[in-house]
Design a protein around this ligand. Sequence first.
Ligand code: DQA
Length: 155
Amino acid sequence: MTRVLVLNGPNLGRLGSREPEVYGAATHADLVTACRAAGEELGLDVDVRQTDDEAELVGWLHEAADAGTPVVLNPAAFTHYSYALRDACAALTAPLVEVHLTNPAAREAFRHTSVSAGVATGTVTGFGLTSYRLALQAIAELALTQETVHADDSR
Ligand code: DQA
């Protein structure tokens, strides 16, 4: 079973009470439940984590790089300025999908830049918790493709 790390950056632990008019009523616990449910359907072993700490997030990306684990990442505000996070993303060895609950392109100008999107395999933005489900679906399909390629290799 393909293992996937779902990593959430600063303030996402406060979903539900944080600007509900922007981010909705779902809590981080709801996000974890939704990701685990999607993982079960898609045959993925999903490990969801959240931190407000840049160093901890970078450490988790190093762990994923070393283990060849695919990552779904919502870098939250780090998206817009953390070159440390971008460099850690660039060193990943399996697919990376950047996700956002909101559509940053439709918000304040400072959110229009993602320093990490350029090193992601792809991005999903603007669909609330569904952004995570779509990202996990992309990872599952990429993993299937990889398996097919490797099966062909051994013929
Ligand atoms: C966010 C968008 C970011 O601009 C913001 O800083 C967040 C959440 C999102 O999921 O929509 O914290 O990443």
